[in-house]
Design a protein around this ligand. Structure first.
Ligand SMILES: [Zn+2]
Length: 112
């Protein structure tokens, strides 16, 4: 199921089973995790980090994540923004060397 709008759930730890359409926000571990908005079911991890990660804006009701989310490592190549909980679809993701630092960072983050 393609997601057009996320719900937010603040969690102490990221659950192992994720529901569609939920943004799991873990401030303790500086990460937001969700299932890919295209409906493919892949887990998408966006570390919150000043240098290499994402920045989260929370207005009390909705979350905006920047930069875009590019699911470079999974077959769907989905690419989208999450703006005030809503999914804004972008062109399919293509490998972009300028983003390499971020990818390396995520890889390391996932290994922790
Ligand atoms: Zn997907």
């Amino acid at each position: 199921m393609k997601i057009s709008k996320f719900r937010i759930q603040f969690v102490e730890i990221v659950p192992s089973k994720l529901k569609d359409g939920v943004l799991y926000v873990c401030i303790n571990c500086n990460v937001i995790v969700h299932k890919c908005a295209c409906g493919c079911g892949e887990k998408t991890v966006t570390p919150i980090d000043k240098k290499y990660g994402w920045k989260m804006t929370y207005d009390g009701q909705t979350i905006t994540l920047r930069p875009s989310i590019g699911n470079f490592s999974i077959p769907c190549y989905s690419h989208y923004y999450i703006t005030e909980n809503k999914v804004e679809w972008l062109e399919k993701y293509h490998k972009d060397k300028s983003k390499k630092g971020r990818f390396e960072f995520i890889k390391k983050f996932l290994k922790r």
